[in-house]
Write a protein that binds this ligand. Structure first.
Ligand code: AHR
Length: 504
């Protein structure tokens, strides 16, 4: 008979990884598909506000407490002229959008997006075009958005109705410049040089900004991780973060292997961290480059149907993945991975936010709803603020097609000292069995169990649609706390959030 599955863990308030940078709960809106047009913006919709932004979507984004949103791309930014999107709307040109082969009407641009970001209480992470453009367009954009007044570009912004600068702090130097799909793809040496010079000029305009350099588009790129090393070798002094992107899928329908894929994410983060530190050592630098995981998610459901879409239309339904329950589990595990690297991952963006590979879906002229992946993102963003603790976990393991020694249980814990709360995030990846977990939380003396939230479903392929929310969390998780021992029953294939609060 097989041994009974069980797991143990120690959580101590002194085993600290790092303060969690709230920006790891960022997201992304690209001018792509129905993210902007029909997603955040739909004038004429019954929920549209005076600027045409959908209030139902604003409310859902606010519920997620998204701290920062990357904009306007993505692949789209590599052939984008930001000047097309400012000034009187009736004068803005319609353009061929080359990355996604659509028509871009430019009804939304920098100023409107900054307005929307304010409405959802998020900061903007702005990307500049280093595909077809370069230093000049980028430094002009920083002058337009961030300089108070008295110069050509800042006064133009004021003429456009924005007296106060937007003061955008975080800037991406291009997007996925290693990718052959990118307009203006560059070798690492070419990219390093343009990133360095563009970054230098942008910081001359506004020294308070922070810059993110592109790394590899994913771990399968043949130039990974040399691309990161060469780029940083050239641009080390000018940039502050290096970007990571990664999407996973389950096209071979192998759930055990699929749910293990955050191990690849973990490896990716460790490799990029080491690469940054190697270049730091090489430069005898005191500065540390941190990581911006500014595109991450599941993306595969919509790929086939996207190939059938006609080109050159406005806001076609591109990348509209309908997420199922197992996707939510992997997203939960990816969030756990980010938390466990809170010492180096300082920003991350779930890609994307509305309609396009997104937690939030909308129907044109209709309702909005929450996909399955909305929930782990919500729980991590709302409860995962504080100090990321190092769980000492002993979990049974399994092997899958691509991975060995996959712990059935993934865990991260966040201690919010101010609110005197401890939140534990756990995924049980076992496809058949519940696993009991006993956690030693004796260092949290006087704490009591507040709630145990669970996201689970008997069907891994269950989805939420506009009419039916099949996958939603409940608060009836089985756990108990006695004498510093937290006993948790982790149902098979489940996402769990356990919250302890200091008793009054
Ligand atoms: O998020 C969708 C696309 O994925 C982005 O435009 C690009 O950067 C990445 O390849």
């Amino acid at each position: 008979m097989a041994d009974k599955l069980q797991a143990t863990m120690v959580l101590d308030k002194n085993y600290q990884i790092s303060e969690v940078d709230r920006r790891i709960y960022g997201s992304f809106i690209e001018h792509l598909g129905r993210a902007v047009y029909g997603g955040i913006y739909e004038p004429g919709h019954p929920e549209a506000d005076e600027q045409g932004f959908r209030k139902d979507v604003i409310e859902l984004v606010k519920e997620l407490q998204v701290p920062i949103v990357r904009y306007p791309g993505g692949n789209m930014v590599s052939a984008y002229n930001w000047e097309d999107g400012v000034g009187p709307k009736e004068k803005r040109p319609k353009r061929l959008e080359l990355a996604w082969r659509t028509i871009e009407p430019n009804e939304i641009g920098t100023n409107e997006f900054a307005d929307w970001a304010k409405k959802v209480q998020a900061d903007v992470m702005m990307a500049v075009n280093l595909g077809t453009r370069g230093i000049d367009a980028a430094r002009n954009l920083v002058e337009y958005t961030n300089h108070p007044s008295g110069t050509y570009w800042s006064d133009l912004r004021r003429e456009h109705g924005y007296e106060q600068p937007h003061s955008i702090k975080t800037w991406c130097l291009g997007n996925e410049m290693d990718g052959p799909w990118q307009v203006g793809q560059k070798t690492a040496a070419e990219y390093g040089k343009i990133a360095k010079e563009t970054g230098k000029a942008m910081k001359l305009v506004d020294p308070s900004i922070e810059l993110v350099a592109c790394g590899s588009s994913n771990t399968d790129m043949p130039t990974f991780p040399e691309y990161e090393a060469t780029t940083l070798d050239i641009a080390y002094d000018e940039v502050d973060y290096i970007s990571l992107h990664q999407y996973y899928g389950n096209s071979s329908n192998d759930p055990a292997n699929y749910l293990a894929k955050n191990m690849d994410m973990d490896h990716f983060i460790k490799t990029v961290t080491s690469t940054c530190d190697y270049i730091k050592a090489k430069h005898r630098s005191k500065k540390t480059i941190n990581l911006s995981f500014d595109e991450w998610n599941v993306w595969y459901h919509s790929r086939e149907q996207d190939e059938k879409l006609d080109p050159w239309t406005v806001a076609p339904p591109q990348l509209e993945d309908v997420y199922n329950f197992e996707d939510a589990l992997l997203v939960g595990s990816m969030l756990i991975t980010l938390l466990r690297h809170a010492d180096r991952v300082k920003m991350a963006c779930m890609a994307q936010l509305v309609n396009v590979i997104a937690p939030i879906m909308t129907e044109n002229n209709g309702q909005s709803w929450k996909q399955t992946i909305y929930y782990p993102y919500l729980h991590a963003s709302v409860y995962g603020r504080g100090i990321s603790l190092q769980p000492i976990l002993s979990s049974p393991k399994y092997d899958s097609k691509d991975f060995t020694d996959v712990p059935y249980i993934d865990s991260a814990a966040v201690y919010n000292e101010q609110e005197q709360m401890l939140t534990v995030f756990l995924v049980n990846k076992h496809l058949e069995e519940a696993i009991p977990l006993e956690v030693d939380v004796r260092s949290f003396e006087g704490y009591e169990l507040q709630e145990h939230i669970v996201l689970e479903h008997h069907d891994l392929k269950a989805v939420n649609t506009k009419d039916t929310a099949r996958v939603t969390p409940h608060n009836n998780g089985e756990s108990s706390l006695e004498d510093g021992r937290l006993k948790i029953h982790l149902n098979k294939t489940s996402w769990n959030v356990i919250r302890l609060r200091k008793a009054k």
